[in-house]
Design a protein around this ligand. Structure first.
Ligand code: NAP
Length: 352
């Protein structure tokens, strides 16, 4: 049995005040981490479970028919737990518990992992992330640092905290939610893309060392997914005035890029359930792949990069797609669908 003992001093007092024999509400115990994993269950810790992909992965694993997972769903603000708790249903308090965790804080990360019994985590899923979109001239260096602090250093912080125990045990699986934007640059997503590229480079390097300790490392690389991520970004974009950017750049961003981006989301978007199913497949595989594209429509785009090491093919293709064929985006999408023949599809991880 693996026991979690996350008990704050205030909670300790409250539990002492309870009349003896009175059953503490299950909900409180789940929040404090007192729920125990059964032997044989894998302990999975997931970051960023208040919404979107993280929430869905937590629920999918906690509701596993064979109850193979004990899920520690974390979020930086537990006041946002209601959506997750509702989606988890009766798994909450049984195979799913909650802990607070801000991936940008050393202290929060340490405290969270310290409160897991023996710091024993079998599978770490680094999902928390933030987006950033718009002309570079109008984005402050502080905003850019926030993206790196979450998307890159957040993952590094988590791995540093969890890896030593996995090394000792000579077992573990680290999963990182990357993106196709970790493989291919996308105009006006410059800094977000850079943060995912940084993580891909970090993981590619770490994977070799970790293999020696029998620790697996896998990246999930979704294309567009319909979550609050997209909504939050579009809301931010609508509010922005783009100070510092010239009129032409703002026009390309608003009138050319944004409509194309909306088209792409409509034509290619997956659901958080799709990504959760792909992630479950990856952690259940006997020989999980290092890279896992979830959307076969992206394989030709990624292939362009490897087909021409000078980079010309991908830069020119993206230029043409955006500025010359933008109004024909729907046709372009259909061509892409034809291009994704079955041999390319086999290279992706299918949600079905
Ligand atoms: N949606 C897409 O199109 C797409 C495509 C490819 C990859 N991804 C990646 O998928 C991951 C999840 O994104 P999503 O689409 O599910 O977006 P989402 O719904 O916005 O979820 C992001 C989650 O990360 C959390 N988070 C942000 N900063 C955090 C921090 N400092 N500490 C802990 N948690 C933090 C958010 O918590 P709060 O509620 O507290 O903000 C939220 O729970 C991200 O890494 C993203 O880069 C998304």
């Amino acid at each position: 049995m693996i026991r979690f003992s996350f008990l704050k001093s205030g909670d300790r007092q409250r539990s002492q005040q309870r009349p003896s024999g009175a059953e503490e509400p299950l909900q409180n115990r789940s929040l404090r981490g007192q729920i125990m994993a059964n032997s044989g269950q894998k302990v999975v810790l997931i970051t960023g479970c208040s919404s979107g992909i993280g929430l869905r992965i937590a629920v999918t694993l906690a509701r596993d028919e064979k109850k193979r997972y004990h899920v520690i769903a974390t979020m930086r603000d537990l006041k946002k737990k209601d959506k997750l708790v509702e989606a988890a249903g009766d798994a909450y308090g049984k195979t799913l518990m909650l802990l607070p965790l801000d991936v940008c804080s050393d202290e929060s990360v340490r405290q969270c992992i310290d409160n897991v019994k023996d710091r024993h985590i079998d599978i770490l899923i680094n999902n928390a992330g933030v987006g950033l979109l718009g002309p570079l001239e109008s984005i402050s260096i502080e905003e850019m640092k926030r993206v790196f602090e979450t998307n890159f250093f957040g993952v590094v912080r988590m791995i540093k905290e969890v890896m030593p125990d996995m090394k000792k045990r000579r077992s573990g699986h680290i999963v990182v939610m990357s993106s196709v934007m970790g493989l291919q640059g996308v105009v006006f997503n410059d800094v977000y893309t850079a943060s995912k590229f940084a993580m891909e480079g970090f993981c590619e390097s770490m994977a070799v060392q970790l293999m020696k300790f029998n620790i697996r490392l896998s990246m999930i690389e979704p294309g567009p997914v319909h979550t609050e991520f997209e909504t939050k970004m579009m809301e931010d974009v609508a509010k922005m005035e783009y100070p510092g950017a010239d009129a032409d750049t703002v026009r390309y961003f608003k009138d050319v890029y944004l409509p194309s981006s909306i088209d792409i989301f409509e034509a290619m978007g997956q659901t958080p359930e799709d990504i959760a199913n792909c992630t479950k497949k990856v952690i259940e595989s006997n020989s999980p792949r290092f890279r896992n594209l979830t959307n076969s429509l992206y394989t030709p785009i990624v292939a362009l990069k490897y087909a021409d090491e000078t980079g010309g093919l991908s830069v020119n293709t993206f230029y043409n797609l955006l500025f010359n064929f933008g109004p024909l985006m729907h046709i372009t999408m259909s061509i892409l669908k034809c291009l994704t023949c079955s041999c390319l599809r086999r290279r992706t991880i299918s949600p079905n």
